[in-house]
Design a protein around this ligand. Sequence first.
Ligand SMILES: Cc1cc2nc3c(=O)[nH]c(=O)nc-3n(C[C@H](O)[C@H](O)[C@H](O)COP(=O)(O)OP(=O)(O)OC[C@H]3O[C@@H](n4cnc5c(N)ncnc54)[C@H](O)[C@@H]3O)c2cc1C
Length: 548
Amino acid sequence: MSDLQSKIQLQAFPNLTDEQIALLHPFGEVRATKAGDVLYEVGDATYPLVVVLSGQTEIVDRSDESDQVIATTGPGGFNGELGLLTGQMVFAACVVREPGEVLLIPPAAVHEAIETIPVLSDVLITAFAWRRQLLMRAAAATLTLIGPDASPSILRLQEFVFRNRIPSRWFPPDDPAALALLDRFDVHEDGDVWVIVRGQKALRDPSILYLAKALGLDLAVCQEAPADLIVVGAGPAGLAAAVYGASEGLTTVAVDDLAIGGQAGTSSRIENYLGFPTGISGGELAFRAEVQAVKFGARVTVPRRATALTREDAHYLVRLDDKTDLRGRSVIIATGARYRRLGLPEQERFDGAGVYYAATDLEARRCREAEVVVVGGGNSAGQAAMFLAATARCVHLVYRGPVLGRSMSHYLVSRLEHSPNVRIHTGSEVQILRGGERLESVTIVNGRGQRETIAAPAVFVMIGSDPCTDWLHGAIDLDERGFVVTGLTAAEDGSDAASPYETSLPGVFAVGDVRSGSIKRVASAVGEGSVVVQAVHQYLAATENGER
Ligand SMILES: Cc1cc2nc3c(=O)[nH]c(=O)nc-3n(C[C@H](O)[C@H](O)[C@H](O)COP(=O)(O)OP(=O)(O)OC[C@H]3O[C@@H](n4cnc5c(N)ncnc54)[C@H](O)[C@@H]3O)c2cc1C
C-alpha cells in the first residue's frame, strides 16, 4: 500500500479511542451479536451507526452475483457512511463476522452527537466523506448503465450519477458483461438503454426521478411544521445559504432539480476561489459543501424541481414537480442560470451526441485525441478549452468578439495564447453542424465571410446563460431579462428589515446568478448565500414580533 493509500485508509477507517466511545454511549444502545447477523441491509431506508465494541463486522457489496467484502471492522471501528446524514438508503450491507457487542446509534442521535461534540464531528465527518469516495470505486456495481456511448439517455443518466456521486459503471450494449446481465434479466432489445440497480432490477431508460426513487435518493419531503428556511437551488449560493442557515439554528430544507453544485459542479477546475491555490474541481467543492450542510442538519433533496411559489397565511409554499408542497417561513431563491444554446437548427439533434454544455472528465473521454471546438469568450469557455487541451489533439476556441479578455480572466487568456494545441478564432461564429448519428464536423465563419470546416466530434457551447426563473413568473418581480429583482421592499414598505437580497415579496430572498445585477462568480454566489441568512433572521424575528 502506498503512503497516500494508507493515509486515506486511516482517515476513512479510524479506530475510536475509549474516551470517544464513552462519549458516544449515551446516544445509542448496546447489542450482543452472533456471526451472520445482518445489522443493516442494502436498500434499508435508514440505518444506525454501528460502533464495534467486540467481535468483528463486514461491509458487503451485494451488487454482483457473489458478495464482495469492502471493509472489515474490529473493536473500536465503526460502520456507516454519508447516507446516514443525508438520509439516503444503504448502498452496502453490514454483517457480523465474529460475535461480540456493538453500539447502535440511530441517525437522529448521530446528528446530535456531531452537533454537540466537536471531537466526534471531526472523526465521523472525515470518515464518512472519505468512505463515500472509496465506495464510489469499490461498489461500482451499485448501478450498471448499459447503452450506446452516443445515446443522449446514457449521457443524461451518466451526468446524474456522476454529479450525485453514485457508484456506477457503464457498458456498451455489445460488451460481454452487458450481454450477461441482460440475459440474466431476460431483457434484450436492440439499442435500448437499461439500468441495472444493485444487480436486482432492470429499468428500461428510466427518468431521473424514477431512478432516484429506485436508488432511495429521492427523499420523501414530509413536513410536520413549516421549515424556517427553504432554499431552492443547491449551487454555490444555495449551499452557502443552507450551511449558514442550518449552522445558525434555522430548520433548513434545500432542493435541487438535478445535482448538488449547480453550474460550478460542472467546472473541471475552479482556480480563483479563495483558499485553493492549485484550484479545485467544481464536483469536489460541491461535495465538501454538501457534507458541511448535512453536518449542520440541513436537509438537501435531489432531484426535485420547484414549479411555483405562493403564499398561504403566514408562510410560503414551494410547489415541487411531483405536486408536493414545501412549507417555509422564509424562502431563498438560488436557482442560478442555465446555458444558452447556439440557435442552429441541427443543434438539438446533436445534443449529447457531440454538442455539450460542460467539459468534465465525462465529455473529455469522448473526444480524446480528436479536434474539438469550444464556443464562447468567458471564463467557462476558457477553462473548458484549457481542460480539453490536455487530452484533445487540437482545441479551436471560437469567439464572436474581436479580442479575448473582455469577459475572460487575464490568466486564462494568457494560458490559452501560450498553449501549443489551442487555436483561437476571434470574430468568428459556428455556422453549420454536420454528422450522422453523432456530430462529425463543425463549420465556422469569420467576419470576412471565410469558412473553415473542422472534423470535430465535439463542440462545447459556453455562450452564457439565462436565469432559471420560469417557475417564478407572476409571483415576484423579474427584470426584463428574467432575473430576480432584489432590494425592493425597503422602498415599498419602509421596513428596517429589508435587505439588498430581499425580493418584491417580504421574506423571499434571491442570491447568486439568479439575482438581477449579480456578479457571476462562485465566490460572490457563496458570499451572497452566506450573508443573506442574517436578513432571514431579521425577517423571522420581525414576523414573530408582529412587525412585518
Ligand atoms: C463550466 C463553468 C465554469 C465556471 N468556472 C468558474 C470559475 O472558475 N470561477 C468562478 O468564480 N465562476 C465560475 N463559473 C460561474 C459559477 O459557476 C457561477 O457563477 C455559480 O455557480 C453561480 O452559483 P449559483 O448558486 O448562483 O447558481 P448555479 O450554480 O446556477 O446553481 C443553481 C442550482 O439551482 C438548480 N435549479 C434551477 N432551477 C431550479 C428549480 N426550479 N428547482 C430546483 N432547483 C433548481 C440548478 O439545478 C442548480 O443546481 C463557471 C460556470 C460554468 C458553467
